[in-house]
Design a binder for this molecule. Structure first.
Ligand SMILES: [Zn+2]
Length: 342
């Protein structure tokens, strides 16, 4: 990549041709030279190949020059068309933070459903049910023997369901799980999950198996939200604690940029709508705060950037966790980071 604004990032909430045309004109007026104009037009053509009136909630990133095109199904957001030296990912990262997928297991002693829920909707579903001597022919069995065999069968069923759930949740990289169901089976089920799956349980809730699916999903969603809010509170507490003792946290934007460049960030905390004007030299791979037309190191022309977006990209690349906050970060200047080491 270079300093040129060669990437178009388009977020479509509802397809709005007028909006896109207006943004195209605005951007074209600013693009410096013919080469950039050509790249812009060709990148737009890449986008137009994938666009139609029926499109809702989509993010597209295109750069003809870098032979780059990606599109994603997204959640309702706002219409945006941004031209930058890299894909503009902040809105997507924020969505992922807000609508993390989670796993839901609805289970009783002989039936189970394993769901992946994304943005309040079921993405994937697996039905597991077994006839555990339901319509039993007791025959000559004693009640005690019958009970014993039945218990063994339930045990086996829950064990298999736990294995299925683990497989599905690992494949989908699920970080949070809600277990729901009537009676005791859900607690037995929990006991049969491996340790690292157990640690992902956000809540165990009482639900009848016949409850409407959307009711169960809505209850599970509430449990996940509560769990996430508690987690966010913990993060803020950790930030305060570490800042007080001058420990593994940084608060000023300059320190944060430095920590991001050195891949030291464990959790990046970003205030909603936070933007900081800055510059970037792609040649030296340096980011700075404020306005600088030329790189102080190599003299090359810089690109103006949103430093927050740049820090998010760096943090993403080093696998840091990114959390967005509403108002709680104001007294910390809207951005802060917990570090892996110092
Ligand atoms: Zn430079």
């Amino acid at each position: 990549m270079d300093n040129e604004d060669s990437f178009i990032s388009l977020y479509i909430n509802n397809f709005d041709e007028k909006f896109i045309e207006r943004r195209i004109n605005e951007c074209k007026n600013v693009l410096k030279n013919e080469k950039m104009h050509e790249n812009f037009e060709k990148s737009m053509e890449m986008i137009y190949e994938h666009i139609n009136k029926n499109i809702k909630h989509r993010a597209m990133f295109a750069s003809y020059k870098n032979n780059f095109f990606k599109e994603y199904e997204i959640l309702p957001s706002e219409n945006l068309l941004v031209v930058d030296s890299s894909p503009y990912i902040k809105p997507m990262v924020k969505m992922i933070d807000e609508y993390d997928n989670y796993g839901l297991v609805l289970v009783n002693s002989h039936k189970a459903k394993i769901y992946i829920v994304s943005a309040g909707k079921i993405e994937d579903e697996k039905d597991v049910s077994k006839t555990i001597m339901g319509k039993h022919k007791k025959g000559g069995w004693s009640q005690a023997r019958f009970q014993r065999i039945r218990k063994g069968a339930i045990n086996q069923f829950l064990k298999e369901t736990a294995e299925d759930a683990e497989k599905i949740f690992l494949k989908d990289k699920i970080n949070k799980i809600v277990i729901a169901g009537p009676g005791e089976a859900k607690t037995w089920f929990k006991e049969r999950l491996p340790k690292d799956m157990k640690s992902k349980i956000a809540d165990i809730i009482d639900e009848s198996f016949h409850e409407m699916e959307f009711e169960i999903i809505s209850d599970a969603g509430k449990a996940i939200k509560k769990d996430e809010e508690a987690e966010k509170e913990e993060i803020i507490d950790a930030l305060k604690r570490e800042l007080l003792k001058n420990g593994l946290a940084v608060n000023g934007i300059e320190e944060i940029v430095k920590a991001a460049e050195e891949e030291k960030i464990d959790i990046l905390l970003v205030g909603d709508g936070m933007k900081i004007a800055g510059w970037k030299c792609e040649k030296c791979n340096v980011i700075g705060i404020g306005i600088k037309k030329r790189c102080p190191y190599c003299g090359h022309e810089t690109t103006s950037v949103d430093v927050v977006e740049e820090v998010i990209e760096l943090a993403e690349r080093s696998n840091a966790r990114i959390e967005f906050f509403n108002g709680e970060l104001k007294k910390f200047g809207g951005i802060a980071a917990l570090l892996r080491y110092k």
